[in-house]
Design a protein around this ligand. Structure first.
Ligand code: ZN
Length: 157
């Protein structure tokens, strides 16, 4: 009887843990955008590609490529005047700024310490493309807030 009780408790606790496990937040992205991001990342593997993502009603539908002014394969930066121009373009098209993307031509697509430190937009999704990664994980999305990284589930629509 006692053993049974222990087993029952164990079951109860693992079930509770399962229910408490937080569902990942979702970022909805047009499937064509994911393909284009991969193309961008594959086009030039000698430097990180980068740009903005925009759309409506929280669905990312547009990709706005930018120049990586660092010309580096391990870091990226969009020049402030170019960034300003892209924001203007997004507004003019009646869209919202929903994300920022860049590639990791050489590595995995987890945010680097610099990516985390320089994530200035807490409400957008950071998409990282790794052309060398397993195809199912070639594009990953994150929310980065005050140094905290949370992976988002990409839902192609
Ligand atoms: Zn990065």
């Amino acid at each position: 009887m006692k053993r049974r009780g222990i087993l029952a408790n164990f079951r109860g606790s693992s079930e509770r843990r399962y229910r408490l496990a937080r569902m990942r937040d979702v970022v909805r992205v047009h499937a064509g955008v994911l393909e284009r991001l991969l193309e961008e990342a594959r086009r030039n593997r000698s430097e990180e590609c980068c740009g903005l993502l925009a759309g409506k009603e929280k669905v990312i539908s547009e990709i706005l490529p930018a120049r990586n002014q660092l010309g580096s394969a391990t870091a990226y930066e969009i020049a402030p005047e170019e960034l300003f121009g892209l924001f203007k373009q997004i507004r003019a098209a009646g869209l919202e700024h929903l994300g920022i993307y860049h590639s990791h031509p050489l590595g995995d697509n987890a945010p680097s310490p610099t990516d985390i430190e320089r994530a200035f937009y807490p409400d957008v999704a950071y998409l990282i493309v790794a052309p060398g990664a397993e195809p199912v994980r070639a594009v990953r999305a994150f929310r980065i807030r005050r140094g905290l990284v949370e992976e988002l589930q990409i839902q192609p629509v």
